[in-house]
Design a protein around this ligand. Structure first.
Ligand SMILES: Nc1nc2c(ncn2[C@@H]2O[C@H](COP(=O)(O)OP(=O)(O)OP(=O)(O)O)[C@@H](O)[C@H]2O)c(=O)[nH]1
Length: 393
């Protein structure tokens, strides 16, 4: 570009000032020289007049390392051009494309010509002040205003360098800290997970303890009550509900002859056998000792009696083979045969309004079954009444 005679003596100290600035240290070429070549950048309007940005790249070993931008009011460039132009001569400032930027002629209309030159960019507010980073589409440019001057120091940073600078911020200590925090978090989550699983297991165990008989794994008395209450609400005395009361005959003899451990195995044997025979919707529970209940929702007395007979027959035909290690050495045989007696009741027919009443009615019939020879099912009070009247008579 054509350029007015700019006094190198003014530029050189300024460039050195920039180069020595702690804000921006530019390594010099081995010869200590700068390759100074100004070019124009789009001007902008501030206050009353347009301003020009005159820039020179800072090259080190031929590589661009930054730029010095002189932000000057266009009028001053114009005045300077007029002042320094010898009489009779005409100096102009042209840009790279040869367009007129300033002229030593006084009739140069800077506002009009600048706008013509740079279009809307000339009106853009590019008045960078302080320090920061801008990106005009060719990558990030760092800038810093030099104190006491209207000059901006710019440095173009390749994106890769910028990324590396960010990454290098993560010092080893910082990374270690993050890794430690991450590890701590994972360990904490594992511990919480373990605690939760443990708590769930404990809760399940507690729930089991509350509702399950530990020996036979059948429902216990509390569960029987809960289920009865639920069924009673659901059936609303619109449908029948039967209850079987089972008791092992002469169980005391089994304990006495084979031992208590074998007695336990007989209880488990009975539980497994009977619970496999009842319907899925029936609830078999251990009522206590050697007594068991089967709650049968929606079942009338006849059907319940049939089921009771099925259970009685199955038990009578079954053989329990207890662990020989735990039975008494005096045991009469390695196997145990057993029978059960059953009392049957039905809540509508027997007009029972609570589990207690239903159990009492079934228990009464169970008692009658025992009194009449055991290994039998009783589903009404005939035998009971006969016996009671016999006693009273
Ligand atoms: N092994 C074992 N025995 C139990 C358990 N609970 C109760 N028993 C025993 O069951 C027996 C019940 O005996 P009884 O109430 O006299 O009745 P029974 O010998 O079965 O005679 P009947 O019922 O009249 O046929 C007692 O000896 C109790 O010790 C238990 O959990 N395990």
């Amino acid at each position: 570009m054509a350029y007015p005679p700019l006094d190198d003596r003014l530029v050189e100290p300024l460039l050195r000032q920039f180069a020595d600035s702690p804000l921006y240290r530019t390594p010099q070429t081995p010869s200590g020289e700068f390759d100074v070549r100004f070019s124009t950048a789009p001007g902008h309007f501030i206050d009353k007049g347009p301003r020009l940005l005159l820039g020179t790249p800072l090259l080190v070993n031929g590589l661009p390392r930054g730029a010095v931008i002189l932000d000057a009011p266009q009028q001053r460039v114009q005045d300077y051009l007029s002042r320094t132009t010898p009489k009779g001569e005409h100096h102009v400032l042209l840009d790279d494309s040869g367009a007129l930027i300033a002229s030593s002629e006084r009739n140069f209309d800077a506002r009009q010509d600048l706008t013509a030159l740079f279009g809307e960019a000339a009106n853009a507010d590019t008045d960078l002040r302080g320090a920061g980073m801008v990106d005009y589409g060719r990558g990030p440019v760092l800038y810093r205003e030099l104190e006491g001057t209207r000059a901006l120091l710019l440095a173009h940073i390749p994106s890769a360098d910028l990324r590396w600078a960010v990454i290098s911020q993560f010092s080893t200590l910082f990374v270690c800290l993050w890794v430690s925090l991450g590890a701590l978090l994972v360990i904490t989550l594992l511990i919480v997970d373990r605690l939760l699983l443990g708590q769930i297991a404990v809760n399940e165990r507690l729930r089991d303890l509350g509702l399950v008989d530990p020996l036979t794994r059948l429902a216990n008395r509390r569960r029987l009550q809960t289920d009865f209450d639920g069924l009673a609400r659901r059936l609303k005395r619109q449908q029948p509900m039967a209850l079987l009361m089972l008791d092992i005959d002469r169980f005391k003899l089994i304990n006495d002859n084979w031992g208590h451990s074998t007695g336990d195995e007989v209880l488990k044997h009975l539980a497994t056998l009977c619970s496999a025979l009842v319907r899925p919707q029936d609830l078999m529970a251990r009522y206590g000792g050697e007594e068991f209940c089967v709650l049968m929702p929606g079942v009338a007395i006849e059907q319940a009696s049939v089921m009771a007979e099925t259970l009685r027959a199955a038990v009578a035909q079954s053989v329990c083979l207890p662990n020989p290690q735990t039975m008494l050495s005096t045991a009469p045989s390695p196997e145990v045969r057993l029978t059960i007696s059953i009392g049957v009741a039905e809540w509508l027919l027997d007009d029972c309004h609570s589990l207690e009443e239903l159990v009492a009615r079934a228990d009464r019939r169970l008692y009658a079954a025992k009194q009449n020879g055991r290994n039998r099912v009783v589903q009404d009070d005939t035998l009971y009444k006969k016996r009671v009247s016999g006693i009273s008579g």
